[in-house]
Design a protein around this ligand. Structure first.
Ligand code: NAD
Length: 559
């Protein structure tokens, strides 16, 4: 039998989380006492357990006999006194401090003096709960994720008052249940929610500011940021009321205005538009078709463009390769001889012979004179980019779209280096060789050019989203502050790199954790984008965490 040093566990509140937690414990072979407020709620709790284990049988993950054994291990009751011989009790009642305090006062009375009492709170202070009991040394947080039987992460929270052995025993139990414990201190939102909700609120504020549409932000983060779903789809799924509550709780502690709920969130909640559960939140869900967010730009009917690409780095190669693959003729202009040779080798490696035949190279910009779209993809150097765009302006035909891949320089600075700023757009690729391009329009740009650029990008097989000329555009503007927050957590010693990464991958379904992301994206790029974000916003929290600057200077990855 598993369970580490615990032999019988109580669960108070058998709602969404409590029923799942009781099931996990019973599956692990532990006898469980489940407590509800009255018979009706108890019957609902039993219903959750029956349904969840029944589903497991149907999916072949559990035998009928196994299911019976699990359910037999769970005793249901409405009397707190039945918890008297439990050595661990996990509370999972609704997220209200005064209710939780009342429950803990009661538990303190009925439970054995050496029993550990745990709360499954998502955002309340474990310390505030602990100090209302006579046994603050035995109080921990044990934060399961929904659905508890499926999600592998459990955040185990010790307060300054908790005895270390209580934390260790609970972590051992979590491990014995086949889950991954992450041991951390008592900070609002712990690791996963603190990082996740900061990002979600930032996305809401970005939408509120008119920078980009809901659909474009969602598409950008999904296709360009590699996330399983965009921020608005996720908030609608979580419930906007829950989002608002969690943000308020984090803000109360952090006093960071980035955690002050975006006005649009409060407006939707006040209007009763809480997300999927009410049929409408950021998106309407009144029919099945609307539950998937539309992709930003459809491949509209424009002829296959003749594309010019200037540059010799991996980005230039990736753009030229994408265009050739999509069937476009490509005029490729490299830099110095060595770099151009390397770029050609990369193109030869990336393309089939028939695709490669569509690419013609040269060192003269004049070869770009008949292109429909010319993209400069040279190094991030303002002066170099500006003079190159001015030179492209001299040779490109009237009506051609001129694109710059600038990532930290405002597009408008480069557009103004030409005599046709109306025809200049930013074309930002958050991942080199990735499917997403952010089409950036400036105040000097014409809406027709933006539309045309998006349509041409779609023709090249790319997913195009539109946004204004603001630092970081969409993906970088949302992900680097999140990554910086993770770096600050690491720096403060709040959690180690493995714990932070596990929290986001196992708790939030991110494909990779933020510390791994920082090393993958590169600390030079991270610091450059954060500096650009800070310069624009003067938001102190966006200055690069010193640990990033230090590792960059030492040329050492974070891990
Ligand atoms: P829920 O409303 O589904 O369930 C709460 C249950 O507690 C209800 O069944 C209710 O009848 C019962 N209850 C209320 N007062 C009680 C009392 N005095 N004694 C015994 N039972 C009582 O809520 P939930 O979503 O399961 O959330 C529970 C806790 O878990 C909250 O602290 C929440 O923040 C946290 N949490 C929720 C999620 C989630 O996604 N739902 C994820 C992680 C953590």
């Amino acid at each position: 039998m598993s369970g580490g040093s615990f032999s019988k566990v109580g669960v108070v509140g058998l709602g969404t989380m409590g029923a799942g937690i009781a099931e996990v414990l019973a599956r692990g072979g532990l006898p469980v006492v489940g407590i509800e407020i009255n018979d009706e709620a108890l019957a609902r709790g039993r219903g959750h357990l029956d349904k969840s284990t029944g589903r497991a049988v149907k999916r072949g993950k559990l035998t009928e006999e196994g299911r019976r054994e699990i359910l037999d291990r769970i005793t249901l009751s409405t009397a707190f006194a039945d918890l008297a011989d439990c050595d661990l009790v996990i509370e999972a009642v609704p997220e209200r401090l005064e209710l939780k305090r009342r429950v803990f006062a009661e538990l303190d009375k009925v439970c054995r003096a050496d029993a550990v009492l745990a709360t499954n709170t998502s955002s309340l202070s474990v310390t505030e709960i602990a100090v209302t009991t006579e046994r603050p040394t035995q109080i921990v947080g044990v934060h399961f994720f929904n659905p508890a039987p499926v999600m592998r992460l459990v955040e185990v929270i010790g307060t300054v008052l908790t005895e270390p052995t209580a934390v260790t025993r609970v972590s051992d139990l979590v491990r014995s249940l086949g889950k991954t414990p992450v041991t951390i201190g008592d900070r609002a939102g712990f690791v996963a929610n603190r990082l996740l909700f900061g990002y979600l609120n930032h996305a809401a504020a970005m939408y509120d500011s008119g920078h980009a549409t809901l659909e474009d932000i969602d598409t950008a983060m999904k296709v360009g940021g590699g996330l399983p779903m965009g921020p608005f789809t996720l908030m609608d799924l979580i419930g906007l009321d829950t989002c608002l509550e969690v943000l308020e709780a984090i803000y109360r502690e952090s006093r960071d205005r980035r955690h002050a709920p975006a006005p649009v969130l409060r407006e939707l909640v006040t209007a009763g538009l809480l997300g999927r559960k009410t049929g409408r939140g950021f998106y309407p869900y009144d029919n099945a078709a609307s539950s998937t967010t539309a992709s930003a730009t459809e491949a509209v009917d424009v002829p296959q463009p003749l594309v010019g690409v200037v540059g010799s780095g991996p980005l230039a190669v990736a753009i030229a390769a994408a265009a050739a693959r999509a069937g476009s003729q490509v005029r490729y202009v490299g830099g110095d001889e060595d770099k151009t040779k390397t770029a050609w080798e990369a193109l030869e490696g990336a393309l089939e012979a028939e695709e490669l035949a569509r690419v013609t190279g040269g060192s003269e910009l004049g070869s770009l004179s008949d292109c429909d779209l010319v993209v400069e993809a040279v190094a991030e150097d303002t002066a170099m980019k500006a003079s190159l765009l001015a030179a492209i302006d001299d040779v490109a035909r009237p009506g051609a779209v001129l694109g710059t891949t600038a990532s930290t320089v405002p597009v408008i600075e480069l557009a103004m280096a030409t005599d046709r700023p109306a025809d200049v757009v930013g074309l930002h690729f958050p991942e080199v060789g990735g499917p997403l391009v952010e089409v950036v329009s400036t105040v000097a740009g014409s809406p027709q050019t933006t539309e045309r650029a998006a349509a041409l990008a779609a023709r090249l097989g790319l997913t195009a989203v539109r946004c204004r000329d603001r630092a970081g555009f969409i993906v970088d503007a949302l992900r680097f502050p999140y990554l910086n927050d993770a770096a600050r957590m690491l720096e403060a010693g709040y959690a180690d790199a493995d714990s932070i990464d596990a929290a986001m991958t196992l708790g939030c379904g991110y494909p990779t954790g933020p510390i791994a992301d920082l090393d993958r994206l590169g600390l030079d790029r991270t610091v450059a984008v954060l500096r650009a974000l800070y310069t624009e916003s003067r938001e102190a929290a966006l200055t690069p965490a010193p640990i990033l600057e230090e590792h960059l200077t030492a040329d050492r990855p974070l891990r």
